[in-house]
Design a protein around this ligand. Structure first.
Ligand code: MG
Length: 381
């Protein structure tokens, strides 16, 4: 029996993780957390017999208390408290945004394995998180289709035999669009992702290729591979989720239909590889795999992310914070699509990266970058 805590339980990854837990007799849900969807969280806790929940929104936590007999923690610290109290065997961190870093550190400090779907933990706090993993001796299991695929490609390989990692990108809805045409893109167009159904923020990040940039930084920290040895290739059908090149010339790829239940299940049941109902790739009809290089001029966010990753320290944190502000402004109709990259570039230009030392420093760098981004965009906090 393995106890599981799911953070961000009402989001897309969280809901699918609940499905995996429901179908797996050896996984028991100990607790779950969400931002503010108290009714859904309470219903899930009841269904799974979980004894504790946390809601980051205090008012939502207050409402949950009148509906739920178990423990209800509230406020931004409630999630961290939940993780510390539960000491679950595995914590799935699917919190969206920079707030996920504190939960990541708390899970590792509490001696839990960490199934990580929160991008910002490794993007903003990479060095801190990898040091915490080494200290704790626990497992860090990526819950992103690309990183899960890469982990499976290199599993069991001697580190010195690995030549490079290849991250695949769908290219988003504007693949092969000329730079000029991108100026008039509206949110509804950017939200129509061709192959994956996800939340609004990550879908916009897929359209700008910032998502791949953030994944590049994550891959660097997860696998300890230098940036020049991580390639990005556009692969529109999202069938190949990741590849690893080895020094003997072999290129090992991970294939499957896009379905997040596969990486979620892989992480939650590692190394068992439990059965999932995910649809199987049908080879009997034949199919082609297309690859093309990313257009770094039209999709500047990818190049900006690589540069921020190479600069290291607080630079990736600033990149991510500026991007969050710009994406929110774009979704609110307050800026145009190309201004997302403009804003990120302006913020990186104005900040000198510092080496990472603490979570507080990351949060301060995050706040400073957000203020600069709002300033560059001329939007209110
Ligand atoms: Mg991904």
């Amino acid at each position: 029996m393995r106890t599981v805590a799911i953070l961000g339980a009402t989001g897309s990854v969280g809901r699918q993780a609940l499905e995996i837990v429901r179908d797996h007799p050896d996984l028991r849900l100990a607790g779950l957390a969400a931002q503010g969807s108290h009714a859904e969280l309470v219903a899930a806790a009841r269904e799974h017999g979980a004894g504790a929940i946390a809601l980051a929104d205090r008012a939502a936590a207050q409402r949950a208390r009148s509906e739920f007999d178990g423990k209800v923690l509230g406020g931004p610290d409630g999630v961290v408290e939940l993780v510390r109290e539960l000491r679950a065997d595995i914590v799935l961190n699917a919190i969206v945004g920079a707030a996920g870093l504190e939960a990541t550190m708390a899970a590792l400090d509490a001696g839990s394995d960490l199934a990580l779907a929160n991008k910002e933990s490794l993007v903003a706090g990479g060095e801190l998180v990898t040091a915490a993993v080494r200290r704790s001796g626990r497992l860090l299991l990526p819950v992103d289709s690309e990183h899960s695929a890469l982990q499976q490609c290199i599993e069991g390989a001697a580190p010195e035999s690995l030549e490079s990692l290849v991250l695949t990108a769908s290219g988003g809805p504007f693949r092969s669009w000329a730079q000029e045409r991108l100026a008039d893109v509206v949110p509804a167009q950017a939200l129509a992702h061709p192959t994956w159904s996800m939340g609004a923020k990550i879908t916009i990040d897929s359209a700008t290729l910032m998502n791949k940039g953030l994944e590049l930084i994550e891959a660097h920290h997860l696998f300890g591979v230098g940036y020049p040895r991580i390639e990005v290739v556009v692969h529109p059908h999202s069938i190949v989720h990741g590849m690893a090149r080895f020094r003997d010339g072999a290129l090992i790829a991970h294939l499957g239909l896009p379905d997040m239940r596969v990486p979620i299940s892989y992480a939650l049941t590692y190394p068992e590889r439990a059965a999932t109902p995910a649809p199987r790739l049908d080879l009997s009809q034949g199919f082609a795999l297309d690859f093309e290089p990313p257009d770094l001029d039209a999709f500047r966010c990818l190049a900006l992310a690589r540069a921020a990753g190479e600069a290291g320290g607080t630079a990736p944190c600033a990149l991510n914070a500026a991007n969050e502000v710009a994406v929110a402004a774009f979704l609110a109709g307050e800026c145009r699509f190309p201004q997302i990259a403009d804003t990120v570039a302006a913020v990186l230009d104005r900040l000198d990266p510092e080496p990472l030392e603490s979570v507080e420093q990351v949060l301060a760098a995050d706040a400073a970058a957000r203020a600069l981004a709002r300033d560059a965009l001329g939007v209110a906090a």
